[in-house]
Design a protein around this ligand. Sequence first.
Ligand code: IMP
Ligand code: MG
Length: 180
Amino acid sequence: MPRSKTRERLRILLRREEIENRVRELGHQITRDFRGQQVHFIGVLKGACMFVSDLIREVRLDTSLDFMAVASYGIGQQSSGQVRLTKDLDNSIEGLNVILVEDILDTGFTLNYLERLLLQRRPRVLLRAVLLDKTERRVKNVKLDYVGFQIPNRFVVGYGLDYTERYRNLRDVYVLSLPG
Ligand code: IMP
Ligand code: MG
């Protein structure tokens, strides 16, 4: 169990081996789905940095990678429901097979916002991959094409996911409990 600041508790939810196996399966699924084609991955910073970099290495296709960044949770654990683009893509996605890669789907506001934004840029197809899906919390209806794990309504950290920018470096995924 990694150390945390006083009174923050971490309880393991997904071990690194489980994550690794699931990411490999998703990579193989994408490889089958897009056989003979090119796929352009878009990672949503910062949470999806680990997931997208592991995922593309499991894909046996001609791929390219770009990133965008959004701020949805300002600080802490509560979603504001407001999404702001803080870094746009470097390259056009017109006519490309695009897979948007997110760390976690919670209320759905972030993915819904990104999807609308990206569809205006006329990709050939736009699919969505998320590592974690907190189904219970959904406010916006979002279709998912590739899902790592469905998880309960708990705040989680590790494998790219943060709490106030901390814990992203943990190799496993943990449920974080705060005092009080
Ligand atoms: P949504 O817009 O409510 O779907 O939230 C999506 C974003 O909120 C994710 O990309 C994460 O950055 C953040 N988020 C949601 N749930 C968690 C969590 O349990 N841990 C860490 N970040 C989270
Ligand atoms: Mg975050």
